[in-house]
Design a protein around this ligand. Sequence first.
Ligand code: FVH
Length: 296
Amino acid sequence: MSETDRNSTLPTDVSLLGLGAMGSALAAALLDADRSVTVWNRTAGRTTDLVARGAEAAASVREAVLASPVVIACLLKRASVEETLGPVAAELRGRTLVNVTTTTPSESRELASWAAERGIDYLDGAIMAVPAMIGSGAGQIFYSGSRAAYDALLPTLDVWAPSEFHGEDAGRASLVDLAMLSGMYQMFAGFVHGAAMVASMGMSAADFAARQAPFLAAMTEGLDGFAKVIDGGDYTVEGQQSLDFSDLTDIVRASEEEGVDPSPIAGVQALISRQIAAGHGSEGFARIYESLRSDA
Ligand code: FVH
């Protein structure tokens, strides 16, 4: 593609690298929103459906990068981003790179530095959605890095899911994303642990889920109260369930009695025990926050 062709590309045109489940959903949503999209995938054959919907297929990463002023990477992990983009750093210069590949905060910062050193405007994205939610208005995508890129691209980013900017430190979107996923996976692990406990009495996981789901949904109403206590830093506030009352050793023992590994709940009990041992048993459950902080 000549320099003239490059300059005539519409500012909303994008190239999308990586057509896995998520990359394909992102590309499809852009096409539905009438953006012109160039797609590339390492393994051939994954472009067919998108080309039928109006996308251009690039024969190489280089060709994809040269096709648009905005390049989106939706690859497996940091190593795949480096492998894919390293050889085309020169072609990326002067363009905007939106990386929605899951990376840790420090990996996001390193990629941002790599981009800055090469004259590439870098925006990091963290997707809080599954592919089926993309373009439906559900879910959320967090961004951090270049504010200018975020502002310019917002109408396009919003095609995927509501967008939220978390600051120019490129690692921040990833940090919020991974913190959210930490809560989710621990909830899932708690459910699976409970299902293993009741399995010994013949209750199916489905029957357990039917009871657990509404209970957990009701319990999430307590998060706001915990947050107020944590942000206020006063765990002695009246009306909280104390750590002494929250002792979970009965649950740990019951799990062991059923022959079920108590690791998930024993981990929580360890956080409680540390605070009780330090003399805070009469204070609220949210005090386990202090067990988690490395500076505490
Ligand atoms: N799917 C989801 O629900 C989650 C939701 C939250 C965010 N994630 C992250 O999005 C990234 C991509 O996820 P995905 O679902 O599209 O993943 P896959 O379907 O496994 O596709 C992976 C694509 O990456 C390509 N790829 C892998 N390694 C390389 C490499 N070394 N060089 C170039 N491309 C590579 C792979 O290509 P191929 O195997 O088809 O050739 C796929 O296009 C991810 O970070 C999630 O954490 C999704």
